[in-house]
Design a protein around this ligand. Structure first.
Ligand code: NI
Length: 404
């Protein structure tokens, strides 16, 4: 049995029912077990086995090996009614953990550095609680344990395998533990919440030569530098100032020494935005700028532009439901944070394109205890007292959406 090490005020005051508080030590134990054996996208075999074994023990209907390592658990209420899906992602990241904790990763170079171990534990406890209290809701709850959120994406293949059908899902919710918010708060917003994510790699082909004889060359570094600078004009001059967008060049490689003009230069970057109208505009402007600058210098280019995930866009009505539930769980209305948008991405977006739903953030930072490192940091960890809040939030959403 693992004892809960932390009990901050905000959570002590949160309205969590005794039956869910009683699950806290299990939640912590499950999360720490999952934390010790992190697995990358579509390789969540130990994780999926752990989830499957718990569901089997509890006699919960489940479908396994969905899109590889995904699992869908189905819990039915006392009577027929609406179908609500709850989504949890299970995968870890290729990061070497730097935390010195008893539950440190045993898979060197892999780490649950985003909190998906917590998401899996919360979803398991929610399935357990609902299976023990079927009289408290009518309808069906499908709990989706999804692989590969960090890439290449498990939501789209799970949808392709029919997880939103039989029975047809009416709405979907999901949460992300969030160290940008303190423990005891919940971030809920209507409409766009997380950005569309796109990537590009561009190789600029110039003509190398002697550093002292530039007239015989086409300097790929000069060409690529102009491209990097000009790309910044897309957000500044092409995107409506009232729309949020980002164009970041995150890598630039060219050349080896002082006196040689580089033959080729490679730049890579990411594009983020909310407004779907920018899905056509930004890639088009990226290529126009690259093509135009290359042409003006006599250079050529190869561009690989890839769309990863669309924007996460919450449904107004379901977001209102989650907000009203969150207000009853947190200590005060101020604990529900409306402006929680981020330019980070998430493949929850694919589910939200199919059915109305709401993705929300569950505050998990506790700076006083050193639990406030950002997501994807080798020292990332979160306050585990958030786990019980997550279960309470999900259960209350079920009780409200599938009310008896
Ligand atoms: Ni994440």
């Amino acid at each position: 049995m693992v004892s809960t090490p932390l009990s901050p005020d905000a959570v002590a005051r949160a309205s969590i029912r005794p039956e869910i508080r009683a699950l806290q030590s299990d939640l912590v134990a499950w999360r720490r077990r999952l934390h010790q054996y992190p697995e990358l996208g579509f390789r969540e075999h130990l994780t999926a086995a752990f989830v499957r074994q718990r569901l089997e023990e509890w006699g919960i209907d489940r479908e396994t090996e969905v899109a590889g390592t995904g699992i869908v658990a189905t819990v039915r209420g006392a009577a027929p009614g609406p179908v609500l899906a709850i989504r949890a992602d299970m995968d870890a990241l290729p990061i070497l953990e730097e935390n010195e904790v008893s539950y440190r990763s045993k898979h060197d170079g892999k780490m649950h550095a985003c909190g998906h171990d917590g998401h899996t534990a919360i979803a398991l406890a929610t399935a357990y609680y609902l299976s023990q209290h079927p009289h408290t809701f009518q309808g069906t709850v499908k709990i989706i344990f999804q692989p590969a959120e960090e890439g290449p994406g498990g939501a789209a293949p799970m949808i392709a395998e029919g997880v939103l059908q039989n029975p047809k899902v009416d709405a979907i919710i999901g949460l992300h533990l969030w160290n940008n918010l303190p423990l005891g708060t919940v971030g809920v917003c209507s409409g766009p919440m997380m950005a569309a994510v796109e990537l590009f790699d561009c190789e600029i082909q110039g003509k190398g030569g002697h550093g002292a004889i530039p007239q015989q060359t086409i300097d790929s570094i000069v060409v690529a530098s102009q491209i990097v600078t000009a790309l910044q004009a897309i957000v500044a001059r092409n995107v409506n100032p009232l729309d949020a967008a980002v164009v970041t060049v995150g890598s630039f490689h060219a050349g080896r020494t002082h006196n040689v003009i580089a033959d080729t230069a490679e730049i890579s970057g990411t594009v983020r935005y909310f407004n779907p109208e920018l899905a056509a505009l930004i890639p088009q402007r990226v290529e126009q700028i690259i093509a135009g600058i290359c042409q003006s210098h006599g250079a050529s280019y190869k561009l690989d532009y890839r769309k990863l995930y669309p924007a996460v866009i919450n449904d107004g009505a379901i977001a209102a439901l989650v907000r009203s539930v969150a207000e009853t769980v947190v200590d005060s209305p101020a604990g529900v944070v409306p402006d929680c948008q981020t330019m980070g991405g998430e493949d929850m977006s694919y589910f939200l394109q199919q059915v109305p739903g709401c993705y929300f953030f569950l505050g998990s930072a506790n700076a006083a205890l050193g639990l406030a490192y950002p997501h994807h940091h080798p020292r990332f960890d979160f306050d585990e007292t958030a786990l019980g809040m997550g279960v309470e939030l999900f259960v209350r959403c079920v009780e409200k959406f599938c009310s008896v």
